[in-house]
Ligand binder design. Structure first.
Ligand SMILES: [Zn+2]
Length: 182
């Protein structure tokens, strides 16, 4: 999870749809703006080029119990189905960091070794950091169904691939700096 810059103004359809009985929060303008703001990456697992993206509500609207949340631009996030499904639990309802407001890396430590993702809150007293770290850890490690074993492992592999690209770039950069000097 990284900091995302949400763009404004909010997509026009949201205000229109909010007035309808069965309005939609995923009209074309919403999808286009979310996809662009989030660089087409799931905000939780950061997987790229999502095939089946979903509009995720950071604070759940609970089928109309909180109608305002349903169409609130600041409550809509770009997510993959795996993360949306794992997050859909009561303990995550009001306790996940809003990465469009706060930088998750300020309060969460994120480490990857060859086969493990370690995600830890910097302070155990920071409830949002603790819960967000737990959620991010879970989406890479949840193994409670056959499909989730596959999806978690796939995300871990994608992450390792991206980290390897980053390490290669760092190595190349170090080398070029060294060559410049000598
Ligand atoms: Zn995801």
């Amino acid at each position: 999870m990284v900091k995302v810059d949400r763009s404004y103004p909010a997509p026009k359809s949201l205000a229109v749809e909010a007035k309808k009985n069965t309005g939609s929060y995923s009209e074309e303008d919403v999808i286009a703006q979310l996809k662009n703001d989030f660089h087409n990456k799931c905000y939780i697992c950061e997987m790229n080029e999502l095939q089946d993206p979903q509009v995720e509500h950071l604070l759940p609207h609970k089928n109309g119990r909180y109608p305002f949340r349903k169409f609130d631009w600041e409550n809509l996030f770009w997510s993959c189905g795996h993360c949306n499904g794992v997050k859909n639990r009561e303990e995550y309802e009001e306790s996940i960091i809003n990465c469009c407001i706060d930088d998750p890396e300020d309060s969460i430590l994120f480490r990857l070794d060859s086969n493990n993702v370690e995600v830890l809150a910097k302070s155990m007293a920071d409830r949002k950091a603790v819960k967000t770290a737990q959620l991010v850890w879970e989406i890479f490690n949840i193994r409670n169904t056959g499909m989730r074993i596959y999806k978690s492992e796939m995300r871990l592999k994608e992450l390792q691939k991206e980290m390897n690209v980053l390490y290669d770039k760092l190595e190349a950069y170090k080398k070029s700096q060294y060559q410049k000097r000598y």
